[in-house]
Design a protein around this ligand. Structure first.
Ligand code: FES
Length: 124
Protein backbone atom coordinates (compact mmCIF):
# COMPACT_ATOMS: atom_id res chain seq x y z
CA UNK A 1 0.00 0.00 0.00
CA UNK A 2 2.87 2.31 0.82
CA UNK A 3 4.32 1.76 -2.66
CA UNK A 4 1.10 2.80 -4.45
CA UNK A 5 0.55 5.69 -2.05
CA UNK A 6 4.09 6.92 -2.69
CA UNK A 7 3.68 6.42 -6.43
CA UNK A 8 0.57 8.58 -6.54
CA UNK A 9 1.44 11.21 -3.94
CA UNK A 10 5.07 11.75 -4.88
CA UNK A 11 5.93 10.50 -8.35
CA UNK A 12 2.63 11.23 -10.09
CA UNK A 13 2.42 14.61 -8.39
CA UNK A 14 5.99 15.44 -9.52
CA UNK A 15 5.27 14.23 -13.04
CA UNK A 16 2.14 16.38 -13.31
CA UNK A 17 3.82 19.40 -11.72
CA UNK A 18 6.63 19.23 -14.31
CA UNK A 19 4.39 18.91 -17.34
CA UNK A 20 4.63 21.97 -19.57
CA UNK A 21 0.86 22.47 -19.65
CA UNK A 22 -0.05 25.77 -21.29
CA UNK A 23 -2.38 28.14 -19.43
CA UNK A 24 -4.53 28.70 -22.50
CA UNK A 25 -5.28 27.25 -25.93
CA UNK A 26 -3.04 29.89 -27.51
CA UNK A 27 -0.22 28.77 -25.20
CA UNK A 28 -0.05 25.47 -27.10
CA UNK A 29 1.45 27.31 -30.06
CA UNK A 30 4.18 28.77 -27.86
CA UNK A 31 5.44 25.37 -26.75
CA UNK A 32 8.73 24.02 -28.07
CA UNK A 33 9.22 20.60 -29.62
CA UNK A 34 10.60 19.14 -26.35
CA UNK A 35 7.55 20.35 -24.44
CA UNK A 36 5.18 18.89 -27.01
CA UNK A 37 7.02 15.55 -26.85
CA UNK A 38 6.68 15.60 -23.05
CA UNK A 39 2.94 16.13 -23.36
CA UNK A 40 2.32 13.25 -25.80
CA UNK A 41 2.25 10.43 -23.18
CA UNK A 42 0.03 12.55 -20.92
CA UNK A 43 -2.55 13.28 -23.60
CA UNK A 44 -2.32 9.72 -24.98
CA UNK A 45 -3.14 8.41 -21.49
CA UNK A 46 -6.05 10.85 -21.10
CA UNK A 47 -7.34 9.87 -24.54
CA UNK A 48 -6.99 6.16 -23.77
CA UNK A 49 -8.85 6.48 -20.48
CA UNK A 50 -11.64 8.47 -22.17
CA UNK A 51 -11.90 5.94 -25.00
CA UNK A 52 -12.03 2.95 -22.63
CA UNK A 53 -14.60 4.74 -20.45
CA UNK A 54 -16.74 5.39 -23.52
CA UNK A 55 -16.48 1.74 -24.57
CA UNK A 56 -17.64 0.61 -21.13
CA UNK A 57 -20.48 3.10 -20.59
CA UNK A 58 -21.74 3.71 -24.14
CA UNK A 59 -25.40 2.77 -24.46
CA UNK A 60 -26.12 -0.52 -26.13
CA UNK A 61 -28.19 0.03 -29.24
CA UNK A 62 -29.71 -3.25 -30.38
CA UNK A 63 -31.11 -3.55 -33.91
CA UNK A 64 -34.21 -5.21 -32.49
CA UNK A 65 -35.55 -3.01 -29.67
CA UNK A 66 -38.63 -5.03 -28.65
CA UNK A 67 -39.84 -7.80 -30.99
CA UNK A 68 -39.78 -11.38 -29.50
CA UNK A 69 -36.98 -10.46 -27.10
CA UNK A 70 -37.59 -13.68 -25.14
CA UNK A 71 -36.46 -15.68 -28.18
CA UNK A 72 -32.71 -16.27 -28.76
CA UNK A 73 -33.22 -15.63 -32.49
CA UNK A 74 -36.11 -14.13 -34.46
CA UNK A 75 -36.88 -16.20 -37.55
CA UNK A 76 -40.01 -15.89 -39.69
CA UNK A 77 -41.02 -17.99 -42.67
CA UNK A 78 -43.75 -17.43 -45.26
CA UNK A 79 -45.38 -19.39 -48.03
CA UNK A 80 -45.08 -17.09 -51.01
CA UNK A 81 -48.44 -18.26 -52.32
CA UNK A 82 -50.13 -16.92 -49.19
CA UNK A 83 -48.73 -13.42 -49.54
CA UNK A 84 -50.66 -10.58 -51.14
CA UNK A 85 -49.72 -9.31 -54.61
CA UNK A 86 -47.27 -6.96 -52.92
CA UNK A 87 -46.03 -7.39 -49.37
CA UNK A 88 -43.67 -5.03 -47.55
CA UNK A 89 -41.45 -6.56 -44.87
CA UNK A 90 -39.97 -4.40 -42.16
CA UNK A 91 -36.19 -4.02 -42.04
CA UNK A 92 -36.03 -1.31 -39.37
CA UNK A 93 -37.43 -3.46 -36.54
CA UNK A 94 -39.74 -0.65 -35.39
CA UNK A 95 -43.01 -1.81 -36.98
CA UNK A 96 -45.93 -2.61 -34.65
CA UNK A 97 -46.97 -5.21 -37.26
CA UNK A 98 -43.53 -6.83 -37.51
CA UNK A 99 -42.46 -8.59 -39.69
CA UNK A 100 -44.63 -6.44 -41.96
CA UNK A 101 -43.84 -2.76 -42.55
CA UNK A 102 -46.28 -0.26 -41.04
CA UNK A 103 -44.35 2.88 -42.04
CA UNK A 104 -42.59 3.27 -38.68
CA UNK A 105 -39.28 3.48 -40.58
CA UNK A 106 -40.14 7.08 -41.56
CA UNK A 107 -40.07 8.26 -37.93
CA UNK A 108 -37.01 6.12 -37.20
CA UNK A 109 -35.13 7.59 -40.18
CA UNK A 110 -35.92 11.16 -39.13
CA UNK A 111 -34.79 10.55 -35.54
CA UNK A 112 -31.58 8.72 -36.51
CA UNK A 113 -30.66 10.40 -39.80
CA UNK A 114 -30.92 6.96 -41.41
CA UNK A 115 -32.42 5.65 -44.63
CA UNK A 116 -33.76 2.16 -43.94
CA UNK A 117 -36.91 1.00 -45.69
CA UNK A 118 -38.93 -2.15 -46.24
CA UNK A 119 -38.22 -5.18 -48.40
CA UNK A 120 -41.07 -5.36 -50.91
CA UNK A 121 -41.93 -8.75 -52.40
CA UNK A 122 -44.15 -8.64 -55.50
CA UNK A 123 -45.76 -11.55 -57.26
CA UNK A 124 -45.54 -11.45 -61.04
S1 FES B 1 -41.70 -0.10 -40.51
FE1 FES B 1 -39.78 -1.02 -40.58
S2 FES B 1 -39.22 -0.87 -42.65
FE2 FES B 1 -41.13 0.04 -42.57
Amino acid sequence: MEFSSNLIKVHLANYLANLPLPNSIVGIFKLGVKDIVKLIPFYATIGGVCYLSYRVIKPKNPVNPAFKKESPKVVDGFDIEELAESTAFCRCWRSSKFPYCDGAHTKYNKEHQDNVGPLIIKKK
